[in-house]
Ligand binder design. Sequence first.
Ligand SMILES: [Ca+2]
Ligand SMILES: [Ca+2]
Length: 121
Amino acid sequence: MPSELETAMESLIKVFHRYASKEKNTTTLNRRELRELMENELSNFLKSQKDPAAVDKIMKDLDTNGDGQVDFEEFVSLVVGLSIACEQCYQSHMCKKTKNASQTDPHSPISVNLNLRCHHV
Ligand SMILES: [Ca+2]
Ligand SMILES: [Ca+2]
């Protein structure tokens, strides 16, 4: 049975390819595919972006080799960046929780509370 982390990596690969394969080139995301991926898979993050051109800016930032497509390596840097922001949020949640022990619920899935908006706070 794959571990939690292996499952997470597999999901990352599957999600990328689900969107990348919609249009040619099938191993990279073009602008439309990236937008669709973000609208479906990162909708909370996208909603937190006030700028309507957010996806274009993200695309530009991600496309480090400048070929107009986002390959898996470039896509992963987005996920890593957001994960780092989430982890900081997770830490501050955990700090608040330990300070207020009466509200600590070890079974509450913190990930549900991670709406990816934390890095704007
Ligand atoms: Ca594609
Ligand atoms: Ca690229």
